[in-house]
Design a protein around this ligand. Structure first.
Ligand code: F0G
Length: 405
């Protein structure tokens, strides 16, 4: 295993503490020696063991397994959604419910690997900037590992559930009077100057290695088949790449065949990657003042944008934007037709799918998986705001039965 720059192809040792390529500044990725990977694979065990991040440990860039920090992440349900499929107009629809992870989002898959790596590298402090889920997850895994955790959040823009988690798990939390992109720029600088603080944003090449298990699990749960399409919300853009990489690696070792069309969704108020894909550009233009109800993906300058563009193009996928109103509508469809409670960023996938089917970009006979990245309780205030108020009544049988008529 080695680190490799996706731009200039330079190769580095796995234990080097680089966040980006020291030669050209490009994004790094973990690459495998195929023969070594094939030798490590226990195909029999893969076919019988229940899905979880560490089931696929042959694909993980960990050198010392005794250091693994785990809260039993992964193994989330893949719900078959027949009522939702009918509503959006596709043959076969599934929702991969990442809200079932230990801290309620897919970030736990990356943090189990990232925090383990922090221990391997001898770090004492870990840090991130976050729209809320990364910080909740990092705070929990740092606590489990006995590491100090420093977190920068955009002040007033983090959903309550995520803020509550970050604080109670004991992260040293700073509310930055600025947006996520500004907070990330500052924390990157801190981690470059202070070698004792280890950066665990998705720029870190190890975190996406855990997140690629979303792709592994989807294939595993579909009986070692890949769907036609996987729809993913895009914020800082590591996850769509990670899932793509998961399918790519399974195909490479011959566990499955083919790669689904990776389809990325952003909010209208912050859609730099959708814009680049639609205009056929290789580079995206950052959005200065991103705004959306889906605060998880309120990101104007996604650092992993080049990886997202590659994943979408290489898999012949596409990208689409959705409005806040479309997100809320999709969130209600998911809860009310399927009993799946997902935060707004996650609901953007169903909103995007619906739009692309209506337009004819997505064919009705496709088998589609939407990735619901975070739990609805992450943002309870939004859920209450978009719902009908409860009706009040005195504590008397007659009054209440009258209201129910
Ligand atoms: N969905 C949820 C619920 C998220 O929290 C995020 C990102 C995404 C989707 C997008 O994933 O960044 O890999 O494209 N949240 C980050 C955070 C930015 O700080 O919690 P991405």
């Amino acid at each position: 295993m080695r680190l490799e720059c996706i731009e200039c192809g330079s190769k580095f040792k796995l234990h080097e503490r680089f966040y980006t390529c020291p030669k050209c500044g490009g994004l790094l990725e973990v690459e495998f020696e195929l023969s070594e990977l094939k030798r490590k694979l226990d195909r029999k065990r893969l076919k019988v063991e229940a899905p979880s991040v560490w089931k696929y440990r042959a694909f993980m860039p960990i050198l010392d397994e005794s250091k693994i920090v785990s809260l039993s992440e992964g193994g989330t349900p893949l719900y078959r959604c027949n009522r939702l499929a009918k509503e959006v107009g596709v043959r076969e629809l599934y929702v991969k419910f990442e809200g079932a992870n230990p801290t309620g989002s897919f970030k736990d898959r990356g943090m189990t690997v990232g925090v383990t790596k922090a221990l391997e590298l001898g770090a004492k402090t870990v840090a991130c900037a976050s729209t809320g889920n990364t910080s909740a997850s990092l705070a929990a895994y740092a606590a489990k590992a006995g590491l100090r955790c420093v977190v920068l959040l955009p002040k007033g823009k983090v959903a309550r559930g995520k803020l509550a988690q970050t604080l109670i798990y004991g992260a040293q939390t700073i509310a930055v009077k600025g947006n996520f992109d500004e907070a990330l720029t500052i924390v990157r600088r801190i981690c470059e100057e202070r070698k004792d603080i280890y950066l665990l944003n998705s720029l870190n090449p190890f975190r996406p290695q855990g997140q690629k298990t979303i792709g592994f699990e989807i294939a595993d749960q579909l009986g070692w088949e890949v769907p036609d399409r996987v729809v993913v919300p895009m914020g800082n853009c590591a996850n769509i790449w990670a899932i793509y990489k998961g399918f790519f690696e399974f195909d490479l070792v011959g566990l499955t065949k083919g790669i689904p069309m990776m389809t990325g969704i952003q909010s209208e108020g912050s859609m730099p990657i959708v814009d680049a894909i639609k205009r056929g550009l290789d580079k995206f233009v950052p959005v200065k003042k991103p705004e959306t109800i889906a605060t998880a993906i309120r990101i104007g300058n996604p650092v992993n944008g080049p990886k997202a563009i590659r994943a979408i193009r290489a898999s012949k996928g596409t990208a689409e934007s959705v409005s806040d109103a479309e997100i809320i509508k999709a969130q209600k469809l998911m809860t009310r037709l399927e009993g799946i409670g997902a935060e707004p960023a996650s609901a953007s996938t169903v909103a995007g799918l619906k739009k692309l089917v209506r337009r004819g970009t997505i064919k009705r006979d496709e088998r589609v998986v939407c990735v619901a990245t975070g739990h609805i309780l992450k943002d309870p205030e939004e859920a209450i705001r978009v719902s009908e108020r409860p009706r009040e009544a005195p504590a008397r049988y007659k009054e209440i039965i009258k209201l129910l008529r």
